[in-house]
Ligand binder design. Structure first.
Ligand code: CTP
Length: 408
């Protein structure tokens, strides 16, 4: 999917330019063709040699712009070449130029000479970021559907301030770029609210012991990222998971829970306003009948653990579902993945189910990759070969888009 794709990276003059090196290096290693345009100010932070070495291609600078060696103007060539652009760091100055359509250097001229989607990653000092003029420009830019945004985060800045203005991390930028290469920038989920569940619930016996499962939540997080990149409003109800997985989810409403009962409550609280509900979480089927507030000493641990049934959230949602809502389940299976998934689709009265194999190498729990079969209530069956969980999420959204509502 990424081999030979063409990404143009415009580097602005800010200290966060060093983080762009990571983005360029990762893309180049994945086989993406990367070209870089460096502003005069950016060259004070990162040398053209660094960008050229990482991208395996000479850097384009304003010197080349004003002394064209080619027949066709450079900004036209580059603008037509790019399938996708990233501008990072987006400085306050570059932001102002883009807002007003100025074209006074190679980078801004290339932006206007191109129709590709553009991902913007601002970075600046907190006071600069909070200026009404900067905020105004940022809002205006985001009304232009061509521009996609990875908002800055809060943290320690190079100027020793702690506050908003820190450029998004390379991993978040890379994930967004992957989405844009898949979708070509389409925002077909604007106006939709997606309610997604993720991770493995924990059913505690006491504060330190629980019944759990190996789900890491990566699939649910990928669904939330992909949905938000396509313009959806997203609520993610998630069981405990590694905090770094949740760090690249700016704009997503996060509802952390621990147990199946808590997940049921959180999902139900957002259910009525959701358009698509995707239960990717591995919810426990049973829980210890009793919970001990204090840690049980080993000698008091029971020989046999009395259990009660955990609520089946998906089945309950299906009873309450309105006809225009779409309810999608996951079935993590071993061996024959089709038959049990099909049975769950019917038993839980779902619009669709994702049957995914958890006994394959590089697939399922904990992996960054997945493979699956999508089944819907009309009997459609689409097999998706091994791909990243982000890509799997996009395939699933394409599938849901072409699905009609069920009428049981
Ligand atoms: N699910 C749920 N509540 C539960 C258990 C599962 O909402 N208590 C949802 C999961 O999020 C998933 C789907 O149901 O979307 C399938 O889960 P699975 O555990 O495979 O289904 P079960 O009905 O428990 O089937 P099995 O007999 O295979 O355990």
């Amino acid at each position: 999917m990424l081999q030979g794709r063409r990404v143009l990276i415009g580097v602005g003059g800010g200290i966060a330019a060093y983080k762009v090196c990571q983005v360029i290096s990762t893309l180049a290693k994945l086989g993406v063709e990367v070209r870089t345009v460096s502003t005069d100010n950016a060259q004070q932070f990162i040398t053209p040699l660094t960008l050229a070495t990482l991208s395996r291609h000479p850097v384009y600078t304003d010197d080349l712009f004003w002394q064209p060696s080619q027949y066709r103007p450079l900004h036209i060539e580059l603008g037509e070449w790019a399938e996708l652009m990233l501008i990072a760091p987006l400085t306050a100055n570059l932001m102002a130029k883009l807002t007003h359509g100025l074209a006074d250097n190679l980078l801004t001229s290339t932006v206007l000479a191109s129709t590709s989607p553009i991902l913007l990653a601002p970075a600046m000092n907190t006071d600069m970021w909070q200026q009404p003029s900067v905020q105004r420009n940022w809002q205006v830019l985001q009304t232009d559907l061509r521009y996609h945004a990875v908002s800055p985060g809060t943290g320690m800045l190079a100027c020793d301030r702690v506050g908003m203005g820190r450029m998004a991390e390379p991993s978040e930028i890379l994930t967004y770029l992957h989405s844009l290469l898949y979708t070509q920038g389409k925002r077909d989920l604007v106006g939709k609210h997606l309610l997604i569940s993720a991770g493995g619930t924990r059913e505690h016996l006491d504060p330190v012991r629980f019944i759990g499962n190996p789900s890491t939540g990566k699939m649910g997080v990928a669904l939330a990222q992909a949905a938000s990149h396509r313009g959806a409003k997203v609520t993610l109800v998630h069981a405990p998971m590694e905090p770094r997985l949740l760090s690249g989810l700016s704009g997503v409403r996060l509802l952390p829970v621990v147990s199946a009962l808590e997940m049921r409550q959180a999902v139900l609280s957002s259910f009525s306003e959701a358009d698509w509900i995707i239960m990717a979480a591995a919810v426990a089927d049973v829980r210890p009948k009793e919970y001990y507030r204090e840690k049980l000493p080993k000698r008091l641990l029971p020989d046999q653990l009395p259990l009660s049934v955990a609520p089946d959230i998906l089945s309950e949602l299906s009873q309450q579902k309105r006809s225009q809502q779409r309810l999608i389940g996951f079935a993590a299976q071993t061996g024959d993945i089709f038959t049990p998934a099909f049975e769950k689709l019917q038993r839980k009265k779902l619009d669709a189910i994702v049957a995914n194999a958890i006994d394959q190498v590089d697939s399922g729990f904990g992996s960054d990759q997945n493979q699956a079969i999508f089944l819907d209530h009309e009997g459609r069956k689409v097999a998706i070969g091994q791909c990243s969980k982000l890509q799997m999420s996009h395939h699933l959204f394409d599938f849901i888009h072409t699905m009609s509502g069920r009428n049981y």
